[in-house]
Structures are given as structure tokens and as C-alpha cells.
Design a binder for this molecule. Structure first.
Ligand code: SF4
Length: 890
């Protein structure tokens, strides 16, 4: 009898704020198969490279499987008792503000709701903040200043219905790939103009009509210049402005005063007059304009002003909440929006309510929580400062890795080390879990059950399709069980996520006469079975009135007087200027195939193959000035910390700037974390830290030798000036560097190679012992591990060795003789660095296709499949073709 095919479960991708629908199933052999959900409106069947690889992230490698107390296995009962006792005791002795929760956009809305209710409603402190503070708090603050409520007015369709899309500080091609592909598909139909405003030449720039490579921190001036231009060009919608807004005259007069001429703005922003004029004239001419912005705008000491400078231009032209127009903040995390709905930010209450007397009283009555917090809590950076000072004495971190991701991460690690009681609930071990007094294993994607809200306010279900491993539990359940032990059983009597969702929906509509746009009262009575089958829907979902996908287009705003507010904003530049001592402005951000601190994506070989090592990107002129060449090891030093990464010279980087990816934690490299370098300087309104600019000094490390270890084992090298590792099929690759020739190969081998478990070792050492090659072969005659050490960077080619590791092929005599050369005894084509992660197509294959006559991205797609699935690599292929043409022309 044939096995019945496993049923596909409809769920949502856990990576970015696009919120793509996923169909997942567990096959009979235990493999997880995923595909894009053709019925989900966000992605209509497509997935990007990260989404496509979701099934490969579901192994239990690195998973937390049981609670731990003081590093030792413990029962759930003991662990939960201890958490509840310590929090209760701390609150009793030092008051409610002596405890805090630091949570995550990874939590589902139901988890978030329960955490917020416990801290704000029943502990009585506002001290719950989220890693979304690092991601989009400035957008929230900008929305609240302009609209009165945290509302994204538009939908993804607006990008498809626009004639002009302006992408500000947003590498959409890599960070929101499916949304970007939707834009490109629509653009080929309607000829949408695309402008990218970014100090870096990112992958997104490859497809745009105009790239404004502004200097860091000049966005406010750029948009103030636009507002002044719109006024001078007679493009202000005066009837709309006078009927539906306030503050225009103040905003425009500040803009006018700052902008003496087009030439002045161009010079200050680092642009040419022609390109600036082109942008302003295009914006003025195209009514259907959407301005998309994300971390490049938000992660700034003046992020809220940047957001309002953008919104001002949309309000001035009445381009808001109507088809194909509006300001559009896209979020980095899958449920940053859900967290905003339930009050996951320390300065908001719940259901978009504030810390004002009426809202506090309303939520207090709804929750029956007389001890509710009456003032906002500490935002992320202030929260960890308070931990460092000792005023927060018990901290619970849920699903996030602040030891890596926070600015001035070294100080955060010290704070965690000094904190009297730290609880961490998470899916895997991270750099943060090592500070936990109590470690709680949480359920991960594919095991969790609840809802998330994407960047266009669409609520979707995440559904489980497999049991959580070991003793891992859902976050809402862990928090509920602690609440019970703290004496709040009645208020937290939830049997499942549907109970929580109903209460969340009921609060949104409670005493809501339309003043709060966040109203999902229509689902406040949803049955368990309807919750199970809930299909993606935009909020609001009010009980009365017609459903609306777009908001604010009717000119009614959720402010006290019903009018939108212009905010007069002034150009203030970056918080910390470069200097002779630190002449380079460092930027940080994401790579195409990695996510956050690599806790999930770092274990997938094909996601590591495009950018396997942490690299510092710098401009050719800066490299020349500092005597750096590609592949050099550089030390990057700010006033807050140091990091090391390999140099990558690229004309994409503006002179005077550099870029370091945000992903590498201590799990994947010795010291390549960008967070340690950034200043704990925050936006005064949103509290969001500046993670896009910090002055640094870059210097070359004198590397005496380089090493390469290819092994089946998962190890953490110690004592090297630099190492990094990446996952490959069948094991790991370690890149090693040393500054002392005394670290000769033979010594390295004794520390790194596995002394047991191999049947044969072949090795070679040069006369001085500086060069060393060794390979261990197992009992079955297959390659177990290999170590290569060279005083220069002359390490062997690795493609063949990696194929041996992956396949565990029994080695022939010829293979054994060839092992130490790293070269296959029979010719073997090398794919090179992987460009298309979906179909595993490398740069050598693309180069060959180009040499054979493929002249366009589509032709390469037809020949190699590259770029034909998620499309995330198309811009890299285009760049490849572009560079090839340039070389041919030389
Ligand atoms: Fe996931 Fe990619 Fe969709 Fe983002 S764009 S939700 S990472 S599949």
C-alpha cells in the first residue's frame, strides 16, 4: 500500500516583513518540503532564496531541547518556579521597574500580547521593549507624529499601481525580495520609474532609473529640498492641505530656510545638480508616487525626522492612502507590525493605545489590572544601560540576541554578565544564551501556532506542521505559566492561541468609536475552527463599516482634531562625525541570503555559499590610501569596539564609507560583529539607535599565515586573531588567520585536527614547519577532515575537497595521492562562488555562459535556470554582465 502524501499546511514565512505565504509538509522520509502559497496575496506562490530554504533550517542542530538552570538540565516545573520566584522577589524588594522583558519581532502576536499584558498590566512596569526598536521604531514615531496613530496607509498593490517608486535607505532587492519582484514585474508592464536613494550602490540599484548616492545623514535636507521645490513649482495641493492638515506653513518655511538653492542641496547631499533636479521634477510630475523606506531611514539618530520629511512631501501633494501613492514603511521582521499592535514597544500600551490617563484607565478596566503601568518603560538602549547600572535586576530575553545585535554590544555583554538574574527563552543557543541563569527552550517556526502581521497590515496565520523537539514549548505558554506562578492565573487562563487572539481583538474594539484605526473587532468572537482556517486579511477588521485595505485616503486622520500634521524638521546630519583619527563612516546591513545573527540561516549550506565570510566593503580609493588589497584582514576600530573582517574592494562603496554585514556572531566568527562598533546613540523621539553610521579607523592586520580547515565537526576555534566558518554539505569550512609565524601548521594541527576516529592521516610539512597540509581518512576510506596552512594566502582550491566531504565517497588511490594538493585527479568543473542559491549556479558557470554568448539575464536564466525562481540574484547576474561588457570595451 502506498503512503498517503503528507498534507500541506498553510503558514507564513518567518523571515521578513513581506510576510509570504508558505505551504509546508513533512514527507514520509522526514524531509520538509516548502513552496510558496499561490493563494497568499503577498507572494502569490513565490518565495525568495531564504524562504525556499526554510525546509533546510528545521534540523535540531543547535536547538535547545530542555530547560537549564545554571547550565544544568532542569525540569520545566523547576525552571518556571525559579523564574516566577525571582521576578516576584525582585519586584517585592525593588519595585516593578527593577524587572524587564526584552522581546522580539520573531514572536507571534499571541506571544507578544501575553508578554506585554504580564509586564504592563500585572507586573506594573512599562519595561518591555523589543528588538523592533532597532528596526522600525522611527517609522512608528513618524506615523504617530503625522497621523496620530502608527498606521501604514498603503498596500503592496500600491507599488504595482504607481508610476514612480522611490526607495529610500532600502535594499529592497535583498531585504524584501518578493515585494521587489512584484515591483519589477509591474514595472515591465506600466513603465514605473524607480529611484533609489542610498549611500551604497546596492543590488537594488542595478535595476533602477536613477540612483541618488547621498552622503550619510542627509535625507532630511534632501526631502526638505523636495518640499521647497514642490511649493516653488506650484505642486502643493492647497485645498487638501488647508482642509485636512495642520502645520504646513511651519514645515515649508523651515524647509525653505534650509534650502537656499538646488546647488546648495546637491552639494550638501553629495549629489550633482542634474540628478537632484531629475528627482525633484519626477516626484513633482508623478501623482502616483510611493516612497518606500526601511532601516536606512529608521536606524538613525534623526530617523523620526527623516520619516516625517518624507511624509510631509506626500501630505503636501495629497498622495496618501490612494491607489499607487503613499509613504510606505517596510519592516525587517515578520511580526514587527504585530508587536506594534499589542504594545511590544515600551512607550505604547496595547491595541495602539498610549500612556495617557484615558487609555491607561481603559486598558486597566479591560484587563482588570488595577496595578497597570502608568508610564512608559525603558527603550532598548536605555534598558540595557539600566541593566548595566544594576537598576534592572531581573531580565527576561525572548527570541533575540542582544549580545550581538545591540549597538555597543560589548557593553551589553558586560551588562548581561553583571545582571543578577537573566532568563533567556529561545529556539537555539546564541551568544546571548551563555549569560542565562535560566534557559528555556522555545518552539520554532513550523512548531508555533498563532498570527503575524506583515508590512501592509495583513494578518496571516503561522501554523504548526511538526511537533516541537525535546521539551520545547510555545512562548505564550511559557509566559502564561510564569504568570500563573506569579499569582495571576485568572487573567492568564488561556487554553490556546485562539483564546489570546480573541482577547487581543476584543481589546482593539473595546470603547473604540473609530478613534483608533487599529480595530479587529470583527474577529473578537472568532471560533476555534474559524481561527484555524483564518485566511490572510488586512486590518482594520471592524465590526461595522465596509472593509478597507487602504487607510487615510478619506482625509480623516486619527488625531485629536482629525487632521494630519506636518512636522517641521531640520537637517542635523549624523550624530558622530568622522575625524582624522576615524576617517571612515561605517554602515551596516543585511546580505541577500542571511537573516539576523544567522541563528537559522547560518546552518544552511546553500545560503552560506554566496557570501561565506564576513567582508568589509570599501571604495578603491580608500583601499589604496590604506594600502589594502582584496582579501587582506582588516581591523575596524570605532570608539566603542573593534572587529575584524576580510577586505572586499568595490566601487559600490562611496569613498569615505565602508559596509559591514550585521550577521556574524561569535557562533560564526572570532570577532566580526558589527554591533560592537556602533554607538549607543539614539533618535530622541523614537529611541532607535544609529546603526547606519559610526566613524571608524581601518587598518591592515599583518597576517603571517592563512589556514583552511574542512571538517565534519562543529567546533569553535580559540586563540586565533581571526577565524570564520560556514556550513557546507556534510560539515563546516573554517577560514583561519594568524599574526605570528610561531603558530606554525604542525602546532595548529595538534589543536584543530581530531586526534581520534580516523584510520589514516596523510600529511606534509615544509622544512620550516610554516606550511602544513594534512588529511584524515575514516574507516570507510572517505575524507573526514583536511587542514591546510600556508605562510601566504596560497591555499588550495576547495571545490573537489568539499564534494568529497559532502558525498563521503570512498577515496581511490589516485584520490589519496591528490588529497594534499586539493586538486581532483580527474578534471572537475568548479562552479565558483554561488550566485543563484535556488539552483546552485556559481559565478564560473555564469562566466562560461556569457563567454558562449548569453548576453542578457533572461538568456542566462534560459541556459542555467539562474534567476528564474525567486529572482533575488538577477541584479547580481546583471552586474556580472555589466562588468563583462566593461572589460570587453577596455
Ligand atoms: Fe520570506 Fe523571502 Fe517572502 Fe521575506 S520575501 S517573507 S524572506 S520568502
Amino acid at each position: 500500500m502506498q503512503d498517503k502524501p503528507a498534507t500541506e499546511v498553510r503558514t507564513t514565512c518567518p523571515y521578513c516583513g513581506v510576510g509570504c505565504g508558505v505551504l509546508a509538509r513533512v514527507a514520509a522520509d522526514g524531509q520538509i518540503a516548502v513552496r510558496g502559497d499561490p493563494d497568499h496575496p503577498a507572494n502569490v506562490g513565490k518565495l525568495c532564496s531564504k524562504g525556499m530554504a526554510l525546509g533546510e533550517t528545521m534540523g535540531i542542530e543547535g536547538r535547545l531541547l530542555e530547560p537549564e538552570i545554571g547550565g544544568q538540565p532542569a525540569s520545566w516545573a523547576a525552571a518556571l518556579d525559579l523564574v516566577a520566584d525571582k521576578f516576584t522577589e525582585t519586584i517585592a524588594q525593588h519595585g516593578p521597574d527593577a524587572v524587564a522583558f526584552y522581546v522580539s519581532g520573531q514572536l507571534l502576536t499571541e506571544d507578544y500580547y501575553v508578554a506585554n499584558k504580564l509586564m504592563k498590566g500585572f507586573v506594573g512596569s512599562g519595561n518591555i521593549d523589543t528588538n523592533s526598536r532597532l528596526c522600525m521604531a522611527s517609522s512608528v514615531a513618524g506615523h504617530r507624529r503625522a497621523f496620530g496613530e502608527d498606521v501604514v496607509p498603503g498596500t503592496y498593490e500600491d507599488l504595482e499601481e504607481a508610476d514612480l517608486v522611490v526607495l529610500v535607505g532600502s535594499n529592497t532587492a535583498w531585504c524584501h525580495p518578493i515585494l521587489y519582484q512584484r515591483l519589477l514585474a509591474a514595472r515591465s508592464e506600466r513603465g514605473t520609474k524607480v529611484i533609489v536613494i542610498d549611500p551604497r550602490r546596492t543590488a537594488t540599484v542595478e535595476e533602477c532609473d536613477l540612483h541618488l548616492q547621498i552622503d550619510p545623514g542627509t535625507d532630511v535636507l534632501l526631502f526638505n529640498g523636495l518640499l521647497a521645490h514642490l511649493e516653488a513649482a506650484g505642486r502643493i495641493d492647497r485645498p487638501f492641505v488647508s482642509a485636512f492638515t495642520t502645520g504646513f506653513e511651519d514645515a515649508v518655511s523651515v524647509a525653505r530656510a534650509e534650502v537656499s538653492s538646488l546647488e546648495h542641496v546637491a552639494l550638501a547631499c553629495g549629489l550633482s545638480v542634474a540628478e537632484l533636479r531629475h528627482f525633484y521634477e519626477l516626484f513633482a510630475a508623478k501623482e502616483r508616487t510611493v516612497t518606500v523606506y526601511s532601516q536606512g531611514v529608521n536606524q538613525s539618530a534623526h530617523g523620526t525626522d527623516k520619516v516625517n520629511a518624507i511624509i510631509n512631501c506626500h501630505l503636501a501633494t495629497d498622495r496618501i492612502g490612494r491607489p499607487g501613492m503613499g509613504p510606505f514603511s517596510v519592516t525587517g521582521q515578520p511580526n514587527a507590525m504585530g508587536g506594534r499592535e499589542v504594545g511590544g514597544l515600551a512607550n505604547q500600551l496595547a491595541a495602539h493605545m498610549d500612556f495617557n490617563a484615558a487609555d491607561i484607565e481603559r486598558v486597566s478596566r479591560f484587563w482588570n489590572a488595577p496595578d497597570i503601568a502608568r508610564k512608559p518603560g525603558l527603550k532598548a538602549v536605555d534598558m540595557f544601560d539600566a541593566v548595566a547600572r544594576g537598576s534592572i535586576k531581573a531580565l527576561w530575553i525572548m527570541g533575540t540576541n542582544p549580545a550581538v545585535s545591540m549597538p555597543d554590544a560589548g557593553a551589553v555583554r558586560k551588562a548581561l554578565n553583571s545582571c543578577a538574574f537573566v532568563v533567556v527563552s529561545d529556539v537555539t543557543r546564541t551568544d546571548t544564551t551563555r549569560y542565562a541563569d535560566v534557559l528555556l527552550p522555545a518552539a520554532g517556526w513550523g512548531e508555533k501556532d498563532g498570527t503575524v502581521t506583515n508590512s501592509e497590515r495583513r494578518v496571516s496565520r503561522q501554523r504548526p506542521f511538526m511537533p516541537a523537539p525535546g521539551e520545547a514549548r510555545a512562548d505564550w505558554r511559557i509566559i502564561r505559566d510564569v504568570a500563573h506562578r506569579m499569582g495571576h492565573g485568572e487573567a492568564f487562563a488561556y487554553a490556546g492561541p485562539a483564546d489570546i487572539f480573541r482577547e487581543h481583538a476584543a481589546l482593539s474594539t473595546f470603547e473604540n468609536d473609530g478613534a483608533r484605526l487599529f480595530d479587529i473587532g470583527d474577529v473578537a468572537d472568532i471560533s476555534n475552527s474559524r481561527y484555524e482556517t483564518f485566511a490572510p486579511r488586512h486590518w482594520p477588521m471592524a465590526r461595522t463599516g465596509a472593509p478597507r485595505a487602504r487607510l487615510l485616503g478619506d482625509g480623516r486622520f486619527p488625531t485629536a482634531d482629525g487632521r494630519a500634521r506636518f512636522v517641521a524638521v531640520r537637517h542635523a546630519g549624523v550624530a558622530l562625525a568622522t575625524s582624522q583619527a576615524r576617517p571612515i563612516g561605517l554602515n551596516s546591513g543585511r546580505l541577500r541570503d542571511q537573516w539576523h545573527t544567522m541563528t537559522r540561516t547560518g546552518h544552511v549550506p546553500r545560503l552560506a555559499s554566496n557570501a561565506p565570510e564576513p567582508s568589509l566593503e570599501i571604495a578603491p580609493s580608500d583601499a589604496a590610501a590604506y594600502g589594502l588589497v582584496d582579501g587582506d584582514l582588516a581591523e575596524i576600530a570605532s570608539a566603542f569596539g573593534t572587529a575584524r573582517a576580510k577586505i572586499r574592494i568595490t566601487a559600490d562603496q562611496k569613498p569615505g564609507t565602508a559596509f559591514l554585514p550585521m550577521h556574524w556572531s561569535g557562533q560564526f566568527a572570532a570577532n566580526a560583529g558589527a554591533g560592537s562598533l556602533f554607538a549607543p546613540v539614539v533618535d530622541p523621539v523614537s529611541g532607535q539607535p544609529e546603526l547606519k553610521h559610526v566613524p571608524v579607523r581601518i587598518s591592515r592586520e599583518a597576517v603571517a599565515w592563512s589556514g583552511l580547515l574542512i571538517t565534519r565537526r562543529d567546533i569553535r576555534p580559540v586563540g586565533f586573531v581571526h577565524w570564520s566558518r560556514h556550513k557546507v554539505e556534510g560539515g563546516w569550512v573554517y577560514e583561519l588567520c594568524g599574526t605570528e609565524l610561531a603558530d606554525q601548521g604542525i602546532l595548529l594541527a595538534s589543536g584543530l585536527l581530531d586526534p581520534v576516529g580516523h584510520a589514516q592521516m596523510v600529511e606534509y610539512a615544509d622544512r620550516r614547519g610554516y606550511g602544513y597540509r594534512a588529511a584524515a581518512i575514516d574507516e570507510d576510506g572517505a575524507l573526514k577532515e583536511a587542514l591546510f596552512v600556508a605562510p601566504s594566502r596560497q591555499l588550495p582550491s576547495r571545490d573537489w575537497l568539499l564534494s568529497l566531504l559532502a558525498t563521503r565517497t570512498q577515496l581511490s588511490l589516485a584520490d589519496r595521492l591528490a588529497l594534499l594538493s586539493g586538486r581532483s585527479p580527474v578534471p572537475m568543473p568548479a562552479a565558483g562562488r554561488i550566485i543563484c542559491a535556488c539552483f546552485n549556479v556559481g559565478e564560473n558557470q555564469i562566466a562560461e555562459a556569457v563567454a558562449r554568448g548569453s548576453a542578457t539575464v533572461d538568456e542566462i536564466g534560459r541556459n542555467l535556470q539562474a534567476g528564474t525562481n525567486c529572482g533575488s540574484c538577477r541584479s547580481e547576474i546583471r552586474k556580472f554582465l555589466h562588468e563583462d561588457r566593461l572589460q570587453a570595451a577596455e
